[in-house]
Ligand binder design. Structure first.
Ligand SMILES: NC(=O)c1ccc[n+]([C@@H]2O[C@H](COP(=O)([O-])OP(=O)(O)OC[C@H]3O[C@@H](n4cnc5c(N)ncnc54)[C@H](OP(=O)(O)O)[C@@H]3O)[C@@H](O)[C@H]2O)c1
Length: 262
């Protein structure tokens, strides 16, 4: 196999949540592989910073402030991308997350917001982007960022885990609908050291958590970015509708969330 199968030369990628964490790493990795990248998140200074790093490696970048919770802002993100680059080849639905809480204390509004963030927003952006992938580039690839919480029964993550499970299935169904022109795959990430994963990555707790992961460490953002590059690249041209578990081999959750008894 030729290693140029892993290149993304002159492809145009949109990455949500590209201000820091996994999204920033994916944006920089795609740029390193030759892509031009549209960096979307709410904090302008952070996405500008990611865009600057991309330009420093000789690729074009556009920072678009965007709250993925707002449909109008998703529409503006797509419009801005087409105005700047005239095409879209790749979409990474990375922005997502959730705060642990007991199911019985999760309000209707909170549950719906978490589903909106982790499932509805990726659906809406995919629906907006895919027709342009076909009309401007002839096809493309979507990578969704899910979580081990989508398949592990980890108490405290009712809304988040359910939303991510929905994202896994959205991946399979949209892959079936969009084949053969657009591939859709998903990464079910284990615990990764990012601002979003917080205190479990620090000190003694981090050591205890790492000991419960078969590969004996918490993940790095590059562990996820490497898989995203594979899935976005021609190397994965016979892969669609799949959920890749990138988690150090963890089949059970390495963390437990303290919850009050019923
Ligand atoms: N870290 C982990 O251990 C882990 C494990 C499994 C799965 N994941 C998944 O991996 C993805 C990235 O996680 P992460 O830990 O890298 O997250 P993070 O450190 O919290 O970073 C999130 C990024 O998304 C942006 N963002 C947040 N809310 C947004 C919104 N409403 N609209 C647009 N952008 C928004 C943030 O910037 P702004 O706040 O400026 O918008 C930031 O750039 C998420 O889908 C998460 O569920 C993470």
């Amino acid at each position: 196999m030729k290693l140029d199968q892993f290149e993304l030369s002159d492809k145009v990628a949109i990455v949500t949540g590209a201000g820091h964490g996994i999204g920033e790493a994916i944006a920089l990795t795609f740029a390193g592989a030759g892509a031009h990248v549209v960096c979307a998140a709410r904090t302008q200074a952070e996405i500008e910073d990611t865009a600057e790093k991309i330009r420093a490696c000789g690729r074009r970048a556009l920072a678009v402030p965007c709250d993925v919770m707002e449909t109008v802002q998703l529409e503006k993100l797509v419009t801005a991308t087409l105005q700047e680059f005239g095409r879209i080849d790749l979409l990474v639905n990375n922005a997502g997350g959730g705060v642990p809480m007991p199911a019985l204390e999760t309000s209707e509004k909170t549950f719906e917001r978490v589903v909106r963030f982790n499932l509805t927003a990726p659906f809406l952006l995919t629906r907006l982007v895919v027709p342009h992938m076909v009309s401007t580039a002839g096809g493309g690839a979507v990578v969704n960022i899910s979580s081990g919480a989508s398949r592990m029964a980890l108490g405290g993550l009712a809304a988040y885990g359910s939303a991510k499970a929905g994202l896994n299935q959205l991946t399979r169904i949209t892959a079936a609908e969009f084949a053969p022109k657009v591939r859709v795959n998903c990464i079910s990430a284990g615990l990764v050291d990012t601002p979003g994963s917080g205190s479990v990555n620090k000190g003694k707790i981090a050591q205890q958590v790492a000991a419960r992961i078969p590969l004996q460490r918490i993940g790095s953002v590059d562990d996820i970015a490497g898989c995203a590059l594979y899935l976005a690249s021609p190397a994965a041209c016979w892969v669609t509708g799949k959920v890749f578990e990138v988690d150090g081999g963890a089949d059970v959750s390495p963390i437990s969330i303290p919850l009050p008894p019923l």
